[in-house]
Design a protein around this ligand. Structure first.
Ligand code: DX5
Ligand code: ZN
Length: 229
Protein backbone atom coordinates (compact mmCIF):
# COMPACT_ATOMS: atom_id res chain seq x y z
CA UNK A 1 0.00 0.00 0.00
CA UNK A 2 1.34 3.46 -0.89
CA UNK A 3 1.56 6.45 1.42
CA UNK A 4 -1.90 7.93 1.92
CA UNK A 5 -3.39 10.84 3.82
CA UNK A 6 -3.92 8.54 6.78
CA UNK A 7 -0.89 6.21 6.79
CA UNK A 8 2.79 7.04 6.24
CA UNK A 9 5.18 4.84 4.21
CA UNK A 10 5.69 2.54 7.20
CA UNK A 11 1.91 2.19 7.58
CA UNK A 12 1.95 4.16 10.84
CA UNK A 13 -1.01 6.47 11.30
CA UNK A 14 -0.09 10.05 10.47
CA UNK A 15 -0.29 12.56 13.29
CA UNK A 16 -2.10 15.63 12.07
CA UNK A 17 -2.67 18.98 13.83
CA UNK A 18 -5.49 21.45 13.20
CA UNK A 19 -5.04 24.72 15.14
CA UNK A 20 -8.43 26.26 15.96
CA UNK A 21 -8.69 29.92 14.99
CA UNK A 22 -11.29 30.46 17.72
CA UNK A 23 -8.39 31.26 20.06
CA UNK A 24 -6.44 33.46 17.66
CA UNK A 25 -6.07 37.24 17.77
CA UNK A 26 -8.86 38.38 15.40
CA UNK A 27 -7.29 41.83 15.29
CA UNK A 28 -4.24 40.21 13.68
CA UNK A 29 -5.90 37.36 11.85
CA UNK A 30 -3.58 37.48 8.86
CA UNK A 31 -0.53 37.22 11.12
CA UNK A 32 -1.93 34.16 12.89
CA UNK A 33 -2.86 32.48 9.59
CA UNK A 34 0.70 33.08 8.37
CA UNK A 35 2.03 31.48 11.56
CA UNK A 36 -0.07 28.38 10.84
CA UNK A 37 1.10 28.40 7.19
CA UNK A 38 4.73 28.36 8.32
CA UNK A 39 4.17 25.71 10.99
CA UNK A 40 3.92 21.92 10.83
CA UNK A 41 0.11 22.16 11.12
CA UNK A 42 -1.89 20.19 8.57
CA UNK A 43 -5.26 21.96 8.58
CA UNK A 44 -6.80 25.22 9.80
CA UNK A 45 -9.80 24.48 12.03
CA UNK A 46 -12.62 27.04 11.72
CA UNK A 47 -15.42 26.96 14.31
CA UNK A 48 -18.78 28.28 13.12
CA UNK A 49 -21.32 28.89 15.94
CA UNK A 50 -24.84 30.22 15.53
CA UNK A 51 -25.99 31.01 19.07
CA UNK A 52 -28.74 28.37 18.69
CA UNK A 53 -27.06 24.96 18.46
CA UNK A 54 -24.46 26.24 20.91
CA UNK A 55 -24.72 29.16 23.37
CA UNK A 56 -22.12 31.27 21.56
CA UNK A 57 -21.65 33.03 18.21
CA UNK A 58 -18.29 33.02 16.42
CA UNK A 59 -17.89 34.19 12.83
CA UNK A 60 -19.49 33.77 9.42
CA UNK A 61 -18.80 33.79 5.68
CA UNK A 62 -16.81 37.05 5.28
CA UNK A 63 -14.26 35.96 7.89
CA UNK A 64 -14.05 32.46 6.42
CA UNK A 65 -13.44 33.92 2.95
CA UNK A 66 -10.66 36.06 4.39
CA UNK A 67 -9.08 33.02 6.07
CA UNK A 68 -9.21 31.15 2.74
CA UNK A 69 -7.50 34.03 0.97
CA UNK A 70 -4.39 33.73 3.14
CA UNK A 71 -4.44 30.05 4.14
CA UNK A 72 -1.96 27.67 2.54
CA UNK A 73 -3.47 24.65 4.33
CA UNK A 74 -6.90 23.07 3.87
CA UNK A 75 -9.78 24.58 5.84
CA UNK A 76 -11.38 22.15 8.29
CA UNK A 77 -14.76 23.78 8.95
CA UNK A 78 -16.70 22.66 12.05
CA UNK A 79 -20.34 23.74 11.87
CA UNK A 80 -21.99 24.12 15.26
CA UNK A 81 -25.24 25.35 13.74
CA UNK A 82 -28.82 24.16 13.29
CA UNK A 83 -30.08 23.46 9.76
CA UNK A 84 -26.59 23.15 8.22
CA UNK A 85 -28.23 21.78 5.04
CA UNK A 86 -29.27 25.34 4.16
CA UNK A 87 -25.68 26.56 3.81
CA UNK A 88 -23.58 23.74 2.29
CA UNK A 89 -23.04 25.43 -1.08
CA UNK A 90 -22.09 28.69 0.63
CA UNK A 91 -19.47 26.97 2.78
CA UNK A 92 -18.01 25.40 -0.34
CA UNK A 93 -17.86 28.82 -2.01
CA UNK A 94 -16.30 30.36 1.11
CA UNK A 95 -13.45 27.84 0.91
CA UNK A 96 -14.23 24.81 3.11
CA UNK A 97 -12.22 21.70 2.20
CA UNK A 98 -13.61 19.52 5.00
CA UNK A 99 -17.14 20.27 6.18
CA UNK A 100 -18.26 18.72 9.47
CA UNK A 101 -21.85 18.82 10.71
CA UNK A 102 -23.15 17.72 14.08
CA UNK A 103 -25.00 14.41 14.34
CA UNK A 104 -27.35 16.13 16.82
CA UNK A 105 -28.21 18.90 14.31
CA UNK A 106 -29.27 16.75 11.34
CA UNK A 107 -32.52 14.81 10.99
CA UNK A 108 -31.62 13.70 7.44
CA UNK A 109 -27.92 13.17 8.06
CA UNK A 110 -27.33 10.82 5.12
CA UNK A 111 -28.73 13.38 2.68
CA UNK A 112 -26.55 16.13 4.15
CA UNK A 113 -23.42 13.96 3.88
CA UNK A 114 -24.18 13.09 0.25
CA UNK A 115 -24.64 16.77 -0.59
CA UNK A 116 -21.35 17.75 1.05
CA UNK A 117 -19.51 15.11 -0.99
CA UNK A 118 -21.33 16.05 -4.20
CA UNK A 119 -20.13 19.62 -3.69
CA UNK A 120 -16.55 18.31 -3.68
CA UNK A 121 -15.77 18.61 0.03
CA UNK A 122 -14.73 15.92 2.49
CA UNK A 123 -17.64 15.10 4.81
CA UNK A 124 -17.37 14.86 8.59
CA UNK A 125 -19.76 14.14 11.44
CA UNK A 126 -19.22 15.53 14.93
CA UNK A 127 -20.53 13.96 18.13
CA UNK A 128 -21.26 15.82 21.34
CA UNK A 129 -19.77 14.29 24.51
CA UNK A 130 -23.02 12.47 25.39
CA UNK A 131 -23.61 10.96 21.93
CA UNK A 132 -22.45 7.33 21.62
CA UNK A 133 -20.15 6.41 18.72
CA UNK A 134 -22.29 3.33 18.00
CA UNK A 135 -24.90 5.65 16.44
CA UNK A 136 -22.51 5.99 13.48
CA UNK A 137 -22.73 2.30 12.52
CA UNK A 138 -24.96 2.85 9.50
CA UNK A 139 -23.18 5.91 8.14
CA UNK A 140 -19.50 5.25 8.80
CA UNK A 141 -19.05 3.83 5.27
CA UNK A 142 -20.21 7.13 3.77
CA UNK A 143 -18.02 9.64 5.58
CA UNK A 144 -14.40 10.85 5.60
CA UNK A 145 -14.06 12.04 9.17
CA UNK A 146 -15.53 11.79 12.68
CA UNK A 147 -14.98 14.69 15.05
CA UNK A 148 -15.23 13.65 18.69
CA UNK A 149 -16.06 16.59 20.94
CA UNK A 150 -14.04 16.21 24.13
CA UNK A 151 -15.74 19.29 25.65
CA UNK A 152 -19.28 20.58 25.26
CA UNK A 153 -19.12 22.67 22.08
CA UNK A 154 -19.41 26.44 22.25
CA UNK A 155 -16.27 27.75 23.88
CA UNK A 156 -12.51 27.39 23.79
CA UNK A 157 -10.40 26.87 26.88
CA UNK A 158 -12.53 24.18 28.57
CA UNK A 159 -11.32 21.08 30.42
CA UNK A 160 -10.87 17.83 28.47
CA UNK A 161 -13.51 15.18 29.34
CA UNK A 162 -11.62 12.00 30.32
CA UNK A 163 -14.29 9.65 29.02
CA UNK A 164 -13.42 10.69 25.46
CA UNK A 165 -10.48 8.21 25.39
CA UNK A 166 -12.78 5.20 25.54
CA UNK A 167 -15.09 6.66 22.87
CA UNK A 168 -12.10 7.13 20.59
CA UNK A 169 -10.78 3.59 21.15
CA UNK A 170 -14.21 2.14 20.42
CA UNK A 171 -14.57 4.30 17.30
CA UNK A 172 -11.12 3.27 16.05
CA UNK A 173 -12.18 -0.35 16.38
CA UNK A 174 -15.42 0.36 14.47
CA UNK A 175 -13.51 2.17 11.70
CA UNK A 176 -10.96 -0.63 11.40
CA UNK A 177 -13.82 -3.04 10.79
CA UNK A 178 -15.97 -0.83 8.53
CA UNK A 179 -13.75 1.78 6.83
CA UNK A 180 -10.14 2.09 8.04
CA UNK A 181 -9.44 5.37 6.24
CA UNK A 182 -12.01 7.38 8.21
CA UNK A 183 -10.10 10.15 9.99
CA UNK A 184 -10.74 10.52 13.72
CA UNK A 185 -10.40 14.07 15.01
CA UNK A 186 -10.67 15.21 18.62
CA UNK A 187 -11.64 18.72 19.65
CA UNK A 188 -11.59 20.42 23.05
CA UNK A 189 -9.10 20.73 25.88
CA UNK A 190 -6.25 19.18 23.91
CA UNK A 191 -2.80 19.92 25.34
CA UNK A 192 0.58 18.28 25.88
CA UNK A 193 -0.76 16.22 28.81
CA UNK A 194 -3.27 14.30 26.66
CA UNK A 195 -2.01 14.60 23.05
CA UNK A 196 0.18 11.47 23.10
CA UNK A 197 -2.50 9.39 24.75
CA UNK A 198 -5.07 10.57 22.19
CA UNK A 199 -2.86 9.59 19.25
CA UNK A 200 -2.28 6.21 20.91
CA UNK A 201 -6.04 5.73 21.34
CA UNK A 202 -6.47 6.08 17.56
CA UNK A 203 -6.85 9.80 16.85
CA UNK A 204 -5.51 11.11 13.52
CA UNK A 205 -6.14 14.85 13.96
CA UNK A 206 -5.79 16.93 17.12
CA UNK A 207 -7.64 20.25 17.19
CA UNK A 208 -5.99 22.72 19.54
CA UNK A 209 -7.00 26.32 20.11
CA UNK A 210 -5.92 27.72 23.46
CA UNK A 211 -2.90 25.42 23.67
CA UNK A 212 -1.51 26.73 20.37
CA UNK A 213 -2.48 30.39 20.32
CA UNK A 214 -1.75 31.10 23.99
CA UNK A 215 1.67 29.40 23.82
CA UNK A 216 4.83 31.53 24.02
CA UNK A 217 5.93 29.85 20.81
CA UNK A 218 2.88 28.61 18.85
CA UNK A 219 4.92 27.01 16.05
CA UNK A 220 6.97 25.00 18.52
CA UNK A 221 3.77 23.99 20.34
CA UNK A 222 2.31 22.63 17.09
CA UNK A 223 5.50 20.64 16.56
CA UNK A 224 5.52 19.42 20.19
CA UNK A 225 1.87 18.28 19.97
CA UNK A 226 2.76 16.24 16.89
CA UNK A 227 5.55 14.47 18.74
CA UNK A 228 3.79 14.11 22.10
CA UNK A 229 4.17 10.82 23.95
C1 DX5 B 1 -15.31 24.32 20.82
C2 DX5 B 1 -14.63 24.32 19.47
C3 DX5 B 1 -13.19 24.05 19.52
C4 DX5 B 1 -12.38 25.03 20.33
C5 DX5 B 1 -11.34 24.25 21.05
O1 DX5 B 1 -16.68 24.31 20.67
O2 DX5 B 1 -15.21 23.36 18.61
O3 DX5 B 1 -12.62 23.86 18.23
O4 DX5 B 1 -11.78 26.02 19.55
O5 DX5 B 1 -10.69 25.09 21.90
P1 DX5 B 1 -9.60 24.59 22.95
O6 DX5 B 1 -8.53 23.89 22.17
O7 DX5 B 1 -9.16 25.86 23.59
O8 DX5 B 1 -10.31 23.65 23.89
ZN1 ZN C 1 -14.11 22.86 16.65
Amino acid sequence: MNESYIFDKKQNMKRLIAPSLLACDFGNLQKDICMVNESEADYIHCDIMDGVFVPNISFGFPVLEYVKKYAEKPLDVHLMIVNPENYLQRYKEAGADILTVHWEACTHLHRVIEEIKNLGMKAGISLNPHTPVDLLTDILQDIDLVLIMSVNPGYGGQKYIERSYSKISRLRQMCNEAKPDVLIEVDGGVDLTNAGKLFNAGVNILVAGTTVFRADNPKKMISDLKKAT
